[in-house]
Design a protein around this ligand. Structure first.
Ligand code: IPD
Ligand code: CA
Ligand code: CA
Length: 262
């Protein structure tokens, strides 16, 4: 599979940051049993990963802007292009020694994702996508699942927790979906959830309260794998609303309709 020069640059940056995260994850497993716990160490690991991504991307495209989870918005001379970066998605998993987390990087042109990379350094699964060029994991082309009825589907989601709003409305949604599908998964990384929809591991996914760095790369990945992605109203306002629903064409529609009943 031939990658564009741009995607190669992204892959290089993400792999470099991923090596650091994987090393730090090994340390977290030791700190788990210490009195202080690994909290401070993990936030340092998160920042280290972001710094690597920032330095690498700035070096190769000095004029592009950034939207980064830790650093926030960094405007560039080129107002059309920005990198959207989550240096560690799945922080709670990482902190608890659960080996399911990723780096998510996308390039947006005028607010629309045009290339994306999501990397799980523990499994060495590298998901890549470019507008018009499909989605791949390592070198294998991906396609969303072909299931036609939500009753046969495994659906991913994100469950709000302490400090997050709308527990009641979310429970109503969960009640609807759990009564109508084959299984629900809360795996703990929205970026990987979307990569899993692109790969067909999950048949669908929904969550509220996300940020562009959680969804930007995965949004394009699902679309380029033949899937459908929208906000909870079936529109494109994913960044604005923070809500996302994904699946193949039929399951996306059935999931939206199921959520509407909540
Ligand atoms: C979180 C993860 C999680 C989702 C949360 C996100 P973080 O990102 O993607 O799966 O449910 O809403 O904030 O904090 O680990 O980067
Ligand atoms: Ca995140
Ligand atoms: Ca994060």
């Amino acid at each position: 599979m031939a990658r564009s020069a741009l995607l190669n640059v992204m892959v290089q940056a993400v792999r470099k940051a991923g090596r650091g995260l994987a090393r730090d994850f090994g340390e977290v497993e030791n700190l788990q049993v210490s009195m202080k716990g690994p909290g401070d160490f993990v936030s340092a690991a998160d920042k280290r990963s972001e710094q690597v991504l920032f330095d690498e991307l700035k070096r190769v495209r000095p004029s592009y802007g950034f939207l980064m989870e830790e650093r926030g918005e960094v405007t560039g001379e080129d107002e059309q292009h920005r990198w959207v970066v989550d240096p560690l998605d799945g922080t709670t998993n990482f902190l608890h020694g659960i080996p399911h987390f990723a780096i998510s990087l996308s390039l947006e042109k005028n607010g629309v994702p045009v290339a994306g990379v999501i990397y799980n350094p523990v499994l060495d699964e590298l998901y890549t996508t470019e507008k018009g060029a499909g989605t791949f994991v390592n070198d294998r082309r991906l396609r969303v699942s072909a299931r036609r009825e939500i009753v046969d589907c495994v659906i991913g989601t994100g469950v709000p927790h302490l400090g997050r709003p709308d527990h009641g409305p979310y429970l109503n949604e969960l009640r609807q979906v759990m009564a109508n599908c084959a299984g629900i998964r809360r795996i703990g990384s929205a970026a990987l959830d979307l990569a899993y929809v692109a790969s067909g591991r999950l048949d669908g996914f929904w969550e509220h309260g996300l940020n562009p760095w959680d969804t930007s790369a995965g949004w394009l990945m699902v679309k380029e794998a033949g899937g459908f992605v929208s906000d909870l109203d079936g529109k494109d306002n994913i960044h604005e609303t923070g809500g996302i629903v994904a699946g193949n064409e039929r399951i996306h529609g059935q999931l939206l309709a199921t959520l509407k009943k909540a």
